[in-house]
Design a protein around this ligand. Structure first.
Ligand SMILES: *Cc1c(COP(=O)(O)O)cnc(C)c1O
Length: 396
């Protein structure tokens, strides 16, 4: 019996490989940084991490982490409500909600858990959720775990959202859920439009700002700052696993009552271990840095605008935005994979994405910029893009 099952699983894996859907992992021998090494590639320029502000290997942050290890210990070995809350967790929740201008915050082991545990406590079969079609997998899964009626609107399309709002009328509660930034396209959600519609139809707004907090907005407060809707969004989720340090952890910020209910009922919070105190401590210090000065955010924006402008001058087909996620459209999956391979030969590490991660015929290379990149490094990458682009006849 078990042999038959293993045979089936093995066939399934072979099918993935045949369809080009099999994902392999490169093993790094260095910390996450602007330059990384693997066994076969030494000191390659890294353009595909979520290390937007370079905190993953920042010396000050590492020092803070060592201090926190000594002061608070290694781990909590407990969920929050039994024996897993330290002063440092409460301090992080205060700092975070203050920074993002919400009343309160709750910390999870990941943003995946924050989204997984958000909808079910707040909504039941009398309610409705209207979700953007390009929302992150964790929002989709979180919605699946709750009994509310589901509607899906076309990506960032306000007309379609309004149609779905009208269809949902009569529900006890209506909640609109969107990513603040769509991670495959680098497009920033139209939060102004969404909040206006939410007002009109008396709906709640939930935004997942995992690719936006500490990335966009003049002071790094994310899509809510970028779109000028601070105070108008009801619930915001995010991660400590990207711009805010890159270790792990996630959060939800909202008003006191919503957060209080989540502490009582959100299953990934109740039944999963506390965030390591070291990460709570480093996250606090990162928020303090962002609160005090916007130098890193400004550098990230400068790099983003520079790289986007140069790629456009070279006549690459990129999706317009101002976000450090820069999708270079190649359309053909084979071509995108070959392009990425050749860039690696030039010492530039990027990843190509094809179906099912992006729609068929929409294969691309996704670059992610960081404030840790120097202009010299970006120029090196641009020269490689130009050479490979000409070689593969993507540009003339
Ligand atoms: C990365 C990401 C997540 C998951 O974050 P983790 O903390 O790594 O679980 C959730 N939502 C969005 C939009 C993301 O980009």
């Amino acid at each position: 019996m078990i042999k038959d099952i293993i045979k089936e699983i093995s066939n399934e894996i072979s099918d993935l490989k045949k369809q080009g859907l099999y994902k392999s992992e490169r093993t790094m021998s260095t910390p996450q940084s602007d330059l990384i090494s693997t066994k076969s590639n030494v000191d390659v320029l890294n353009l595909c991490a979520n290390n937007y502000l370079g905190f993953s290997s920042n010396k000050t942050i590492i020092k803070n982490a060592i201090g926190a290890l000594e002061k608070w210990g290694y781990g909590l070995s407990s969920v929050r409500f039994i024996c897993g809350t330290q002063a440092i967790h409460k301090e992080l929740e205060h700092k975070l909600s203050d920074f993002l201008r919400f009343e309160n915050a709750i910390i999870y082991s990941s943003a995946f858990d924050a989204n997984g545990g958000l909808f079910e406590p707040l909504l039941n079969e009398n309610d409705a959720i209207i979700s953007d079609e390009l929302n992150h997998a964790s929002i989709i899964d979180g919605i699946r775990l709750c009994k509310a009626k589901r509607y899906r609107y076309k990506n960032n399309n306000m007309e379609d959202l309004e149609t779905k709002l009208q269809q949902a009328l009569g529900a006890r509660r209506i909640l609109i859920a969107t990513d603040g930034v769509f991670s495959m396209d680098g497009i920033i959600a139209n939060l102004k439009g969404i909040c206006d519609l939410a007002n009109k139809y008396n709906a709640l707004v939930m935004v997942d700002d995992s690719h936006a907090t500490g990335v966009i907005g003049k002071s790094g407060r994310g899509s809510i700052e970028y779109c000028g809707v601070i105070g108008r969004v009801d619930i915001l989720t995010g991660t400590f696993g990207k711009s805010l340090g890159g270790a792990s952890g996630g959060f939800t910020v909202a008003n006191n009552e919503i957060i209080e209910l989540l502490r009582q009922k959100s299953r990934p919070y109740l039944f999963s271990n506390s965030l390591a105190p070291m990460i709570a401590s480093t996250s606090i210090s990162i928020i303090k840095i962002l609160d005090k000065q916007s130098t890193l955010i400004e550098k990230l924006e400068e790099n983003t605008l520079y790289f986007r402008k140069k790629l456009m001058e070279l006549k690459f087909d990129i999706i317009p935005s101002t976000h450090p996620i820069v999708p270079i459209m190649l359309y053909d999956a084979q071509l995108a994979a070959e392009f990425a391979e050749k860039l690696l030969d030039h010492g530039v590490y990027v990843i190509s994405f094809c179906f099912p991660v992006v729609p068929k015929e929409k294969a691309r290379i996704r670059v992610q910029l960081s404030s840790a990149h120097s202009i010299e490094q970006l120029n090196k990458a641009l020269i490689a893009f130009e050479m490979v682009g000409r070689e593969l006849k993507v540009i003339l």
